[in-house]
Every structure is written in C-alpha cells, then in structure tokens.
Design a protein around this ligand. Structure first.
Ligand SMILES: NC(=O)c1ccc[n+]([C@@H]2O[C@H](COP(=O)([O-])OP(=O)(O)OC[C@H]3O[C@@H](n4cnc5c(N)ncnc54)[C@H](O)[C@@H]3O)[C@@H](O)[C@H]2O)c1
Length: 444
C-alpha cells in the first residue's frame, strides 16, 4: 500500500475521525480509562483493519505479524504497541487481558488455545479450527474457563436482525415440524495443487513462522498476492493452510441455520463431491450431517452444499441459484428460505393456512446484539456473554469438518460426540487430525 493510500485509510477510518460506535447497554464504567483492556492484535493487517476501530478504544499494547511491512503499517495505527513477529512471544507480553487473532487459518486453534491457557479473553477470526481435533481441543479449554473468559469467533454477519427473526420464526413453528435444514455457498476458487517453489521469500516476510505448525511447502508469492482483507482466498483452499469453503463462507452461511436449530455435534455424516485432490479442498461438495432430536424439535439432517451443488428448490417459482449464500428450512407445513439479511416464508400444501403460527409481540422479540466486535469487548469487562462463543462456534465448525472428513473418507462416518471419535472406521478416525511440524503443539 502506498503511503498516500495509507494516509487516506487512516484519515477515513473511524479511529482517525474519533467516530466510535458503542452498543446499547455498554456499561459507562467500562469506558473509564482504568477499565480499558490490554489487547494484543495477532495478524495485524488485511482483515485486521476491520478490527482497528473496535479495539482502538482499548489499550492495544502489542501487535504481531510475520510480515514486517504489515507490522509497520499497523504500527502507524497503534504507535504505542510493542511489535512481535512470533505469536508465541507476543502471548508472553506482560499484563495482557485479551487477544484478537486475525492470522491464517492454520494457526487459529493454536493461538486461541495457548491464549486461553494463559487466562486471556479471545476474539478469533473464522474458522476457529481446520480439523475436528482442533475444534475439540479449543472447546475443551474454553469450557473449563467459561466462567472467566469471553470468546467470540468472527462471524459478524450474526449481528444482522435477520438472524434473530429467523430463530424466532423457526422455533415458533412457521414451517410446522422442522424436518431438514440446508445451507449453501457458490464461491468457487479452483486450484490444481500447492504452488511451485519460487525461490527465497522477501526479507520482510518470516515465511517459516507463516507456515507455523503446518508441513513445509516452498515459498511462492501468489500465496500473498491478494488484496488486504481478501488475501485469505490465496491460501485457504489448501489442506495444510485452511479447510476451503467450509471454513471460509461456510462459517458465515451455516451460521444462519446454526443459530436457529440448537444443535451440537452430529452423530453421523456423509458427503459426495468432485474427485479428491490431496493438495486442495474440494470446490464442489455436498455434505449431510445427522443431528439427534432435542427438546423442541425432532432429529434433523443438516446439509451443506458448495461450489455449484445446490438443494432442490421447493417450487419452480423459486430459483435458489439467485441466492449466492443462503439457507433453507424445510418443515411439515412449508419452507423458509433466507440469506444473511432477508427471509421468505413459503407455506406449502392445502393445510398450510398459517393458523398454527402466531407472530411474536414486539416485547417478545430477541433483543438486538449490537455491534459484533464490541459485544465481545463489552463481555470481557462484564458478563462474558457473546453470541458466537467457543462452544457455539466449535460445535458448528466441528459439524462442518465432520462433513469434510466424510468427503475424504468417501463413505458414511458414524461419530460418537462424547468420545469425539469415528466409531465405524479407524481410517476415517485418522482424518479428524491433521499433521503438524515437529516442535508445534496445540497445548502450549
Ligand atoms: N469475518 C470475516 O468476514 C473475514 C473476512 C476476511 C477474512 N477473514 C479471516 O481473517 C483471517 C485473515 O484473512 P486475511 O485475508 O486478512 O489474510 P492475510 O493472509 O492477509 O493475513 C492477515 C494478516 O496476518 C498476518 N499473518 C499471517 N500469518 C501470521 C502468523 N502466523 N502470525 C502473525 N501474523 C500472521 C499476515 O501477514 C497479514 O498481515 C482469515 O482467517 C480469514 O478467514 C474473516
């Protein structure tokens, strides 16, 4: 980024103008200077720019980036922060309260887990984990400390009022008995395999730290050639760096459905898709996760479609292909189709006269959550309550990753959620983990 662009960015950011949005219910005492959080921002550029305003009200005491040019950029925004290139050293910065993680996906579960083990509140960009084992480990650490720590995964679309409205109407029976849930995303970024060796990385990039726990792959500048905030699309489809669309748009889109169904971890998964590529996650895939009944609904299959695979439309009047990222709830009386901000209710059949459904009164609506990142900052200082904490989010990504494991396995997997194991195939069980380089452990 040129220095002129950088100046423009700083000028136009709310931080520069002093414009900061506080959620309703934000405690006045939490705004006292003495009550500011000491925050470390790990991964300081790219998507991190979307966090500058919300953490700018706090003490950003440490910033960390494997790219020293990115660190210098963030250093202009947070001149008082100490700079680090290795997140393990950054987590030892004295008197930290909280961390915001905006690094590559292969490091999320590591940094999140290490941070919680040090008693730190954590905001982690999506996806929280890229293997089932990582989701299990992070959730376990969180559950032991949930009375002390506030956590949030970066599924900020959750703040759209549509999320609450959908939860209300599905739970209140607008489709009758809930029978099946689908979510889909049409993003397609096909790649043949890992990129070829392109020589030495530039001096400002600590490439070995960028690889972090993942197996070695030679440097290639294409992994770093995306625009800020979208560079993840250069690396998140490779098995050792991400989990493809499951973790990318899948984290946002499945959240539309997940927020409505009170599911935890599935008991079985099946998947089909394009041929398996050992380097790259599939573009096209359909995964079905089987969830047991809970106290308000029967057992449901939750389906994830990506890369061109789509659920069948309930009626020829409706072209689901016009909804790039959406969700559909099928019930005994009809359907609800939704994207992030809108919903369509479709009663189907002669008996679907809507008399079985009573819209809520205004005072019965689920309250708005306010600003998504601020909800976490506020929670760190008050009641620790967030909408996408590490229980909700680890369950959701574990469910998605079990679908991906079923795709790799090429057959149905049966899963014991309590033991966290595949019970019908040792080979499939091995797919719940991913390989790490020597010297890297999730528990540090
Ligand atoms: N919530 C959303 O809507 C949203 C949008 C975009 C990206 N994201 C997520 O944000 C994350 C970053 O995406 P991006 O496009 O900014 O990627 P990026 O490749 O630009 O990385 C972000 C920053 O982290 C630094 N970095 C990478 N690995 C690091 C490490 N191990 N330690 C310290 N710094 C490291 C990079 O140098 C860069 O400055 C991804 O996990 C992505 O899924 C979320």
């Amino acid at each position: 980024m040129s220095s002129i662009n950088r100046r423009n960015f700083l000028k136009s950011s709310a931080l520069g103008t002093g414009l900061l949005i506080l959620p309703s219910g934000f405690h006045a005492s939490a705004q006292a200077p003495s009550n500011k959080l000491n925050i470390a921002l790990i991964g300081s550029d790219g998507r991190a720019r979307a966090h500058y305003d919300s953490i700018g009200t706090e003490n950003v005491v440490a910033i960390c980036d494997v790219d020293e040019e990115h660190l210098a950029f963030a250093g202009e925004v947070f001149p008082k922060a100490k700079r680090y290139v290795d997140w393990r050293e950054c987590l030892e910065h004295p008197d930290l309260d909280a961390v915001v993680i905006v690094t590559t996906d292969q490091t999320h579960a590591f940094i999140a887990n290490w941070a919680m083990l040090r008693g730190l509140h954590v905001y982690c960009e999506k996806p929280l984990a890229i293997s089932v084992e990582e989701a299990q480990v992070v959730r376990k650490t969180y559950m032991k400390r949930k009375n002390k720590l506030a956590t949030q995964v970066g599924m900020q679309r959750h703040a759209h009022p549509n999320f609450n409205r959908l939860r209300e109407i599905i739970k209140d029976g607008v489709v009758g008995e809930l029978q099946e849930v689908s979510a889909w995303g049409n993003r397609q970024i096909p790649k043949p395999g890992y990129l070829p060796d392109a020589g030495k990385p530039p001096k400002h990039l600590h490439y070995d730290l960028w690889l972090g726990p993942s197996p070695y792959h030679p440097y290639n500048p294409e992994y770093f050639s995306g625009r800020p905030g979208a560079n993840c699309l250069q690396w998140n489809m490779y098995w050792d760096f991400g989990c493809g669309q499951i973790g990318d748009m899948g984290s946002h889109t499945m959240d539309i459905a997940w927020n409505c169904i009170d599911a935890t971890v599935p008991t079985a998964a099946t998947a089909t898709g394009e041929d398996y590529n050992p380097d790259v996650t599939p573009v096209r895939m359909t995964a079905t996760m089987e969830h047991p009944a809970n106290d308000w609904r029967g057992a449901v299959n939750v389906k994830w479609y990506q890369g061109g695979d789509m659920p069948k439309s309930p009626d020829s009047m409706i072209d689901l292909n016009k909804i790039g990222h959406g969700a559909m709830f099928k019930g005994s009386k009809g359907y609800v189709i939704a994207d992030f901000t809108k919903r369509i209710i479709i009663p189907i059949g002669n008996e679907a006269d809507m008399t079985y459904y009573q819209p809520r009164k205004e005072d019965e609506l689920i309250p708005a959550m306010g600003h998504f990142q601020k909800q976490w900052i506020n929670a760190c200082k008050t009641d620790l309550k967030t909408s996408c904490d590490f229980k909700y989010s680890a369950d959701m990504i574990e469910h998605m990753l079990l679908g991906l494991a079923a795709y790799r396995h090429g057959g149905r997997i049966e899963y014991d959620p309590n033991k966290g194991r595949v019970t019908n195939s040792t080979k499939a069980n091995d797919l719940l983990k991913r390989p790490y380089r020597d010297g890297w452990s999730l528990k540090g």
